[in-house]
Structures are given as C-alpha cells and as structure tokens.
Design a protein. Structure first.
Length: 152
C-alpha cells in the first residue's frame, strides 16, 4: 500500500493537512539550525480545532520517515476551550459534546474537511448572556522544537 493510500485510509484530510504544515515548519527550523536530527516537537492544540491527537501524531510520524525528524517525539497538549462573557466578565470552560443541533443556545463547530459537528454550550453560566468571546481552545502552536545539532 502506498503512503498516500494509507493516509487516506487512516487519517482525515484535516489532520494530514495540519501535520504536513507542522512537519514543513519543523524541517525549516531544523535546516536553519543545521540540525543533525529533531529530538522532539511540543505542540499546543485547542480542542476547538477538532484535531485528533493520535491521527496527527501518526501522520507526522509517517511524514518524517527518512528525514531528520524521523523518530522525533511529538508531544501534544490539548487546550480546553474557555469562554468569557462580554456582559459580566465571567470566564468558564466550554463543554464539548455530541448534543443535538436542535438544542437552544448551542454553538455549532464544524470541521471544514469532513463536516463533523460538535456543539458547545453558548450561554454564560453566571448571567445567562449569549454574548461571549472564546478565549482558549482554538490554538495550534508549535511551542518548541528540540534538535540535536551537527556540532555536538
């Protein structure tokens, strides 16, 4: 089975696309610093990105075969979604679930690659306002890349 066919079978387009971008950024940093090899990559991924950490890791591992990133450890910290009410200032953790879209006061989040939908509670638990900002949970950040340099 070809690598492309394997990706289509195991990983969603969403994870493959993101893993490819991460992989390219890692290779760019490794080349810039004349890395002998990449030891580890540390990521922060918000749960509202709808990324599956296991699929992302698998895609990254397969992309890195035969490169300086092969065998590197991909550490993924999933950041819980948080919102802040614009009326009263209260901040809370958004609860992601598989609730029906017919429920009132629900924020629908849709993956652009596969149309998978999840719903988040969208009223302030303190004052009931529906006016809030998402302050955490949409992150996709390469926090650090640990390399082994050619010079030692």
């Amino acid at each position: 089975m070809s690598l492309k066919a394997f990706f289509q079978m195991v990983c969603t387009v969403h994870e493959l696309s993101i893993a490819t971008s991460i992989f390219e950024a890692v290779l760019e940093v490794a080349a810039k610093h004349s890395a002998k090899r990449v030891v580890e990559v540390n990521l922060e991924i918000g749960e509202l990105t709808l990324l599956n950490p296991d699929q992302l890791s698998m895609a990254f591992d397969l992309l890195s075969k035969g490169t300086v990133a092969e065998g590197s450890k991909l550490n993924i910290e999933v950041v819980k979604a948080r919102a802040k009410c614009t009326k009263c200032g209260f901040e809370w953790e958004l609860k992601i679930s598989s609730m029906s879209p017919s429920m009132s006061h629900m924020l629908a989040l849709t993956c652009p690659a596969c149309d998978f939908k999840v719903y988040a509670r969208s009223t302030c638990p303190n004052c009931g306002s529906e006016d809030y900002d998402i302050v955490r949970g949409k992150e996709l950040v390469i926090k650090s890349i640990k390399i082994e340099s050619c010079s030692g």
